[in-house]
Design a protein. Structure first.
Length: 285
């Protein structure tokens, strides 16, 4: 019998392991060290540190906001204990949350072998809460419990998916579908949020989508938010197509394929320009 183990003739080539991925990522730093001048290296280092600092600040402040306002303020103090927290309490909870989140992040960073793995994990958790972050602008029934359900789904399902499959695309699809389904079920079972708060938000933000009851309460046409959403989606498709055609045409003009002419690239740029002019005309009208 033939040997069908990894490396044997006829066997599928094994994918890159964590060590290979880390070595491949290290070539970026080596390229900076070998190819850039001292001044350019310093500029690149400062830019990378600035990007890192902005990302860390964003996630720490975001997490502290969840723990102080949503979990401690709304859930623990108002819903369970029946009292309103003071501003001093919320500030201290946010400070402690920042310290705790940073400690957890340092522990996890020491156990991650490459940036690619960290990116896949971040995308997986983002897919878990992505549905509720979008739906809360499009559907009036989304409330605080929906956000808690989406976060809980991410925390429970992400480790299972990471242990179960190595296919990043499949993990993202399962997480997105599961989170969206659970968020929708929680929204239907828990009911909409406070009508007065919802009405105030509608008058200030004028959200698109399924806001018929709130629009009627504000004295507007109940179907207006849905029609505005349809128009906005049409604009997204048109403008996205214009951007894609512009990029494709420019790249094919600068770096043409062997034996390929430039007619397709010029046609793509022409269609992109026509879409841009159409978009500008609609904005003026």
């Amino acid at each position: 019998m033939g040997d069908h183990r990894a490396g044997a003739p006829g066997a599928a080539a094994p994918g890159p392991g964590p060590t290979d991925v880390a070595a491949r990522e290290q070539t970026f730093v080596q390229g900076i060290d070998l190819l850039l001048s001292p001044g350019a290296r310093g500029l690149m280092l400062v830019a990378m540190l600035a990007a890192l600092a902005s990302t860390i600040d964003t996630h720490l402040n975001w997490g502290a906001s969840y723990w102080s306002h949503d979990i401690y303020g709304r859930l623990w103090c108002e819903a369970l204990r029946g009292r309103k927290p003071s501003g001093r309490e919320l500030v201290w909870v946010a400070r402690l949350a920042n310290v705790a989140l940073l400690a957890v992040a340092l522990v996890l960073a020491a156990r991650i072998g490459s940036i690619q793995v960290a990116w896949h994990v971040s995308l997986l958790f983002g897919a878990g809460i992505g549905a509720v972050l979008i739906l809360r602008w499009l559907w009036e029934r989304i409330n605080l419990w929906c956000e808690f359900a989406a976060i809980a789904t991410s925390l429970v399902l992400a480790p299972a998916l990471l242990a179960w499959s190595d296919d990043a695309h499949w993990r993202l699809a399962v997480m997105a579908v599961a989170s969206t389904a659970i968020t929708t079920i929680v929204a239907l079972l828990s009911g909409p949020s406070d009508p007065d708060a919802r009405l105030e938000f509608y008058r200030r933000a004028r959200p698109l989508g399924f806001w018929g009851r709130t629009a009627a309460a504000a004295g507007d046409d109940p179907g207006a938010p849905r029609r505005a959403l349809a128009r906005a989606l049409g604009h997204v498709v048109r403008d996205g197509l214009a951007l894609y055609l512009a990029l494709y045409g420019a790249i094919r003009l600068l770096f043409p394929l062997p034996g390929a002419g430039r007619l397709v690239a010029l046609a793509a740029l022409a269609v992109s320009a026509a879409l841009v002019l159409w978009s500008r005309k609609q904005r003026v009208d």
